[in-house]
Design a protein around this ligand. Sequence first.
Ligand code: HEM
Length: 465
Amino acid sequence: MAYSEHPGLRTPDEPMLVRVFAAYTVSATVWLLLATFVGLILALKFSYPDLFTAPAFSFGRLRAIHTNGTFYAWASPALIGLALFVAARSSGTGLYSASLAWVALALINVAAICGTVALDLGYNAGDQEYREWLWWVRAILAFALVLTAWNLIGTVASRRDEDLYLSNWYTIGAVLWTIIVLIVALLPWYQVGLGQVAVQGYFMHNAVGMWFTPLALGVFYYALPKLLNRPIYSYSLGILAFWTNLVFYPILGAHHFLFSPLPWWLQTLAIVFSVAMLVPVIGGSANFLLTMVGQGHRMHRSPAMFILVGVLAYLFGSAQGTVEALRSLQPVWHLTNYTVGHSHLTMYGFVTFAIWGGVYALLPQATGRRAPDLAIGIHFWLSTIGVIIYVLSLSVGGTEQGLDWMRGAPFIQSVVDQAPYWLWRAIGGGLMFAGHLVFAFNVSLMVWGGLAEQAADRRAAGVPA
Ligand code: HEM
């Protein structure tokens, strides 16, 4: 194919945009493999507790490596790479600054390496979930985020049209909100006593709802219309979901601490807003599903299937979160395996599938090379069947665990009862990890195959690299 015919090469600075997008995807994929290999070891430890007993492989250290690794080294850079590409493409312009993008990617990797090594050596910032990395490591990450915000806003500000495309509302919203969330989580004077509980609820849920969720939705709003070759069902519904997400999400973190000494009114407010979240969730999901209606022929064997799973997991995972927030039901599920099933339905079924849908839809546009349909299909089914087994086993097992505790059964009884569910979780996790290996293979084909072809075309056309 001639250089000029590559779908990914439109403006003179495109090769740089392509390289940035590819580098973010490759870096994220390496961390996906590492962090979920650790997840698999963790899952196996429940069934085989004598597996790897050295301190460096202890459950406590590896768990934080898995969660921080999947959040900050896999999902975050993968979504940032997609957001930068979408910002440039939807604005009809190049990237505001490739240098900012490279520095941010380098900082994310420095933070991920330092954070992971420190955790494995036993150095952490305490037991607050998703912020176990030492404070200076999180500061590096926060700085990378500021650079990303600058780059995204700069890119969108130089757009050709006056209108701001829906995806950019979501991605720019995500970077701006998250800077606030990270600063609140870093400030030392709230990190004691009950204040720490409130901040932890705020941080852990907003990391999901104000960072990963809007970024993933922003990817859907760009990738889905591209894949189906039709506009999104309703622009207004997308804007309604955007603003209602902003109004309802920031306060609902306290639902993680129901029945705690936090003020009762704050807990009640968190429950009310957890129910109100059904507005953006149903509005957003309906928008995507209605865009897909009647498009079965285009969806079949297309990366849009990843988006379909992502939308369904968003809808059901979020509705499940609303139900878990109710005072009548939380006593059954709180602190059980059920919550871990919920985390994976949302962070895996929704966010990770959104990334895969975005990468399979957009990376070929950039590099000019698709992955084989068969390999994409194998990845899809391994990950889909794997996550269904994972979530179902923990949902059933976690409910049984909670009921055991409520009826006052000896604690060890609840552990014995979990044995089959933990084994099934490890089997589901094994399938998911196998899917990640296939994804890594597909990324290597799309990136190196495509970039090598483009370089050859450029040389043939006499265009400088
Ligand atoms: C091969 C795939 C994966 C496996 C086998 C796996 C396994 C695990 C295990 C065993 C735990 C500890 C659960 C516990 O403490 O009882 C865990 C926690 C967690 N993982 Fe994964 N995981 C995988 C992929 C992912 C991905 C891709 C993400 C996010 C993008 C993720 C996010 C989380 C989160 C947020 C938690 C904390 C759960 C909670 O406390 O509610 N995992 N995972």
